[in-house]
Design a protein around this ligand. Structure first.
Ligand code: GTP
Ligand code: MG
Length: 402
């Protein structure tokens, strides 16, 4: 590890945040405060309303964005006949507080505007996604206006782009131009919303069959930027691992938090494994590594889902994983073994020295400082390996798909 990597692993803004954590107390107090804020992360609610016409692909989208296939446990029912008739919340499989609400859309036979408005009043939706396939219609304007009038934000998603492009491919054989077609579809939606009195509408073109293509990443970035920071983190962790940018965004989101987990785990510092003695310290590291593994889809359940989704063999996907520890169950003993590795101790000392340059109070409990460095480098290296392996697995899953 050189100074460039250290700087990358623990950049200045994080050191400043860390310094602030030490402002109102000593090492143990700082560790305790940081622990409180990481423990609460799973309690943060994120309610996303998905609405639009019947058959536009709402339920399919809700499944795919949660990393589920249409037939997986917990998936929303999809189909060519009208299937969503009452508002139904679908929790993310790992982040139960992240809920996608499948709302029956306007224009469906059983749509009840009063029920809809009541639900919207009662549920603190963070934002709405209006999903439309095919042509832009008046009901989209009505929906957009209704949402705006309640002071809520909406994003307009034009779905099934793959089907549009296929149709154009057949009809415009000689002068097929994908970019131009996408521009036409996008402009048509923007114009429709604009003519209906919606200022600066945000429109995204998507295909649930090929989420990694078209505008899913711009949609992710827009939501990321517009959500408050505590919700942004949960949103990023809940992204499906089926496009490369999701893996990168997750890695960055986790990396920003490593110092907090390391400090929290070092809070009860004393020695045998450099800096660790109390069981809870190690348990916190065990849990954090488990969370990484699941968030990147390298646990058995997620690998199975990915294999089914891309029609691949799970053993084949697992064969590209380079850090074989990733495939093992993450246990207390495994983490203790890792903490004892000599190369980790050397790296830990460098981290501690580097961090103490900005946060002198870190050194106030010597064993704690070393424990911090050890935990930090363990999490940093594991996260790096897991993110790299997740990228290899996804490459393999996408091989030979069109
Ligand atoms: N080609 C293509 N088909 C899609 C896409 N998204 C959904 N579909 C198909 O469109 C049909 C309707 O999808 P659903 O997700 O059930 O639509 P919905 O909006 O939930 O419909 P209701 O529940 O009736 O309101 C299904 O056959 C899906 O497989 C897509 O991006 N591309
Ligand atoms: Mg549905």
């Amino acid at each position: 590890m050189d100074s460039k990597e250290l700087y990358y692993a623990l950049p200045k803004n994080q050191l400043q945040e860390m310094k602030m954590a030490f402002e109102n107390g000593d090492f143990l107090q700082a560790a305790e405060n940081v622990k409180k804020c990481i423990v609460g992360i799973d309690d943060i609610p994120l309610n996303i309303a998905v609405t639009g016409e019947s058959g536009s692909g709402k339920s399919t989208f809700i499944n795919v964005i949660r990393g589920l296939g249409d037939e997986d446990e917990g998936s929303a029912r999809t189909g060519v006949v009208e299937t969503t008739v009452v508002a139904t919340p679908y929790s993310h499989p790992r982040h139960r507080n992240v809920k996608y609400w499948d709302l029956p859309g306007m224009g469906t036979t059983r749509f009840d505007p009063n029920e809809y408005l009541e639900l919207v009043k009662l549920t603190q939706f963070d934002f709405f996604l209006i999903i439309a396939s095919e042509r832009f219609r008046d009901c989209h304007i009505q929906l957009a206006r209704a949402i705006n009038s309640m002071g809520k934000k909406f994003y307009f998603v034009r779905s099934k782009i793959d089907a549009d492009l296929n149709a154009f491919r057949r009809h415009r054989k000689s002068n097929y131009n994908e970019e131009q077609i996408l521009r036409e579809i996008r402009n048509n939606c923007i114009k429709g919303l604009h003519d209906g009195g919606i200022m600066c509408p945000q429109v995204f073109l998507l295909s649930c069959l090929e989420l990694e293509k078209y505008d899913f990443y711009p949609l992710q970035k827009t939501l990321e930027n517009e959500l408050p920071s505590h919700k942004r983190h949960v949103f990023l962790l809940s992204l499906p691992n089926i496009y490369f940018q999701a893996l990168e965004s997750k890695r960055d989101a986790f990396r920003n938090q490593i110092w907090k987990h390391a400090l929290a785990s070092a809070g009860k510092a004393s020695i045998p494994i450099p800096g660790f003695s109390a069981d809870s310290d190690i348990d916190l590291l065990v849990n954090t590594i488990k969370v990484y593994k699941e968030a990147f889809g390298l646990d058995e359940r997620s690998l199975n889902c990915l294999a089914t989704m891309f029609d691949k063999d799970i053993q084949d996907l697992m064969s590209v994983i380079q850090n074989k520890l990733v495939l093992q169950e993450i246990t207390y003993d495994l983490v203790v073994n890792l903490l004892n590795r000599r190369e980790l101790t050397a790296a830990a000392l460098k981290v501690t020295e580097y961090a103490a340059g900005t946060v002198p109070l870190l050194g106030s409990v010597a064993a704690g400082a070393v424990a911090f460095g050890t935990a930090f480098w363990l999490l940093y290296s594991f996260l790096k390996d897991i993110a790299d392996d997740a990228r290899r697995v996804l490459s393999r899953a996408l091989e030979n798909t069109v």
